[in-house]
Design a protein around this ligand. Structure first.
Ligand code: KDG
Length: 313
């Protein structure tokens, strides 16, 4: 049975081999993207069974995404290929600094047809954690209902909820997003967010961590990119240093960070250790042009964190 279940949209992504404006890119690598499936893959690599719920088009890209996720060990028993609409497509545009822009061709995709009937109660209740992001409710009213049902089911079953607002300006504007994201954050045990998302939710005034704790989250993780992360709970504040790497492309780093942090928490590690595992996974995700291919396998991660020896437990 999966320890973590998540739901959302997975897409085929085309990643240019070269940096620079997309209009000049003529060689691409095909890969799989999607914040939630990125997290599920990373958890599987870290030895924690994870399940992804979602709809893919019943087309060649859908089959490609499906076999990739299965190949990485993700449980797809709550996922389906759907004949009604195509698999979403995304292009990255890479810059020499490692930042990238994304272009979506996902309107009307199979994932946008997701609705509450696609969320199996047993899968949610059977896992220890539910992970959702703010991308899914931005896809339309059906996907939003699906996320809300998943959160309701998890809470009713006493399962923990992890929420990453993952605000995407290309999907909705701040005024539409804010109330929806705040509502989901309020129901989360673990809130993982970047500094800009913190400002979107809580304004510039008080701290982001304080804002999340005041909403009722048990743990708030504020991702600060190359400056590491701040983890906060009612009785602890932990600064997690970034793991230095040569950055190729940073998309997906936040999902990998959340996966490492969740893995550490599931293993009962102190917040600082869980944060270090998150920081390592996030950093490694930046070493490749795909979202998740750089995430370490469990033994590799534990050895790195143990300084060449196995990290305890
Ligand atoms: O976090 C990485 C995601 O942004 C990427 O994989 C694509 O899910 C995606 C999205 O909707 O932007």
């Amino acid at each position: 049975m999966a320890e973590v279940v998540t739901l959302g949209e997975s897409m085929v992504v085309f990643v240019p081999e070269d940096t620079g404006p997309l209009r000049h890119a003529d060689r691409f690598r095909r890969a799989v993207a999607g914040a939630e499936s990125n997290l599920a893959i990373a958890l599987c690599r870290l030895g924690h069974p994870a399940a992804w719920i979602g709809l893919l088009g019943e087309d060649e890209f859908g089959r490609y995404v499906w076999t990739t996720l299965r190949g990485e060990g993700v449980d797809l028993s709550g996922a389906r290929l759907d004949i009604r609409a195509p698999t979403g497509v995304m292009f990255k545009e890479r810059s020499a600094s490692g930042d990238s822009r994304v272009f979506y061709y996902r309107r009307g995709s199979a994932a946008s047809l997701l609705d509450e009937g696609d969320v199996p109660a047993a899968a949610i209740a059977g896992a220890r954690w539910l992970h959702v992001t703010g991308i899914t409710p931005a896809l339309g009213p059906g996907p939003r209902r699906a996320v809300e049902r998943a959160v309701r089911l998890a809470r009713a079953a006493g399962r923990a909820v992890c929420f990453d607002p993952n605000y995407r300006a290309r999907l909705w504007d701040p005024a539409a997003a804010r109330p929806v994201l705040l509502d989901l954050a309020r129901q989360a045990d673990l809130l993982v967010l970047g500094e800009e998302e913190g400002t979107l939710l809580f304004g510039d005034g008080g701290g982001i961590a304080e804002g999340g704790l005041a909403l009722g989250c048990r743990i708030v993780a504020v991702k600060r990119g190359g400056r590491g992360a701040l983890l906060a709970s009612a009785d602890e504040r932990v600064e997690v240093p970034a793991v230095p790497v040569a950055v190729v492309e940073a998309t997906g780093a936040g999902d990998a960070f959340a996966a490492g942090l969740l893995a550490g928490l599931i293993e009962g590690r102190p917040l600082a250790e869980a944060g270090r595992l998150g920081a390592l996974c996030g950093a490694r995700a930046c070493t490749v042009s795909g979202d998740w291919e750089g995430v370490p396998e469990r033994q590799d991660a534990l050895r790195h964190l143990g300084g060449g020896r196995e990290w305890p437990r």
